[in-house]
Design a protein around this ligand. Sequence first.
Ligand SMILES: Nc1ncnc2c1ncn2[C@@H]1O[C@H](COP(=O)(O)OP(=O)(O)OP(=O)(O)O)[C@@H](O)[C@H]1O
Ligand SMILES: [Mg+2]
Length: 295
Amino acid sequence: MNTMNSTIASEAQVPEEKVMPVTEERPEDTVLEEGVTVGKPFADDPKFKLRNVEVFYGDSPAIKNISLDIGRNEVIAFIGPSGCGKSTFLRCLNRMNDSIDICKVKGQLMLDDEDIYHSKKDVVELRARVGMVFQKPNPFPKSIYDNVAYGPRIHGLANRKSDLDEIVENSLRKAGLWNEVKDRLDATATGMSGGQQQRLCIARAIAVSPEVILMDEPCSALDPIATAKVEELIAEMSESYTIVIVTHSMQQAARVSHRTAYFHLGHLVEVNETDKVFTSPEHELTESYITGRFG
Ligand SMILES: Nc1ncnc2c1ncn2[C@@H]1O[C@H](COP(=O)(O)OP(=O)(O)OP(=O)(O)O)[C@@H](O)[C@H]1O
Ligand SMILES: [Mg+2]
């Protein structure tokens, strides 16, 4: 039997309704309407109120009409496939995108009812209130002490050496690092392990008493033990701070966050309580991502 005959024969045997349509719709073909987010994108007591946010790099849209509240003392995780806009959106929250010339941000972004993008906004003060921890630990090439003291010094938060000592110690304690470094505060920070460096960066961020901490994949360069320490820290810090964490680890999002926001191609597809997102997502795209069908 030649191939062509066998193809014809097998086609003939398949009842018509069982033939898969050639253009079967895949989740990634789903047409998303801008500004439509399923679930619970709003909060009763918002720290951030973000409305109709759009971000462009030149003419290319990276964030498409997103509205979201971030609650006070909430830990919210941003998840989604690479390039969907998580870092771009995160960087809007303390105007980190300002340093990218071609980046334009539109919409209303409010922190405690203050317009983050107001022309008279003091960006240095904003970044003291909204601190950031990056993917790769980036300690300054200075001593451990000077890394943590850096922010309080430039913001004039301590008048006396004893006040500064206290801020440094408290910040290192909160970052779970004090016992490991208290006898070598003068050692250079770049000589620490990666996990220690990341906790030092967290200590540096909290030394200026921020209200919000933004974390962009803070554990992706860390081993599981260092990751567990940072996650413990996030749980402790959530009592005093609002935390936004971008992560590629769904287990991490499930462990540390109260709500999870799923981004897709610049859209905010779904926001819900983290348990709900991972057990019964409302949107098919969220489901496809969390079940590993794409991403
Ligand atoms: N500095 C930039 N200049 C031009 N385009 C950019 C810039 N930064 C990001 N983009 C584009 O914006 C879109 C969103 O990128 P972004 O880095 O926010 O995604 P992401 O979700 O954080 O991805 P990843 O998970 O890989 O970190 C992408 O298409 C990216 O190419
Ligand atoms: Mg990113």
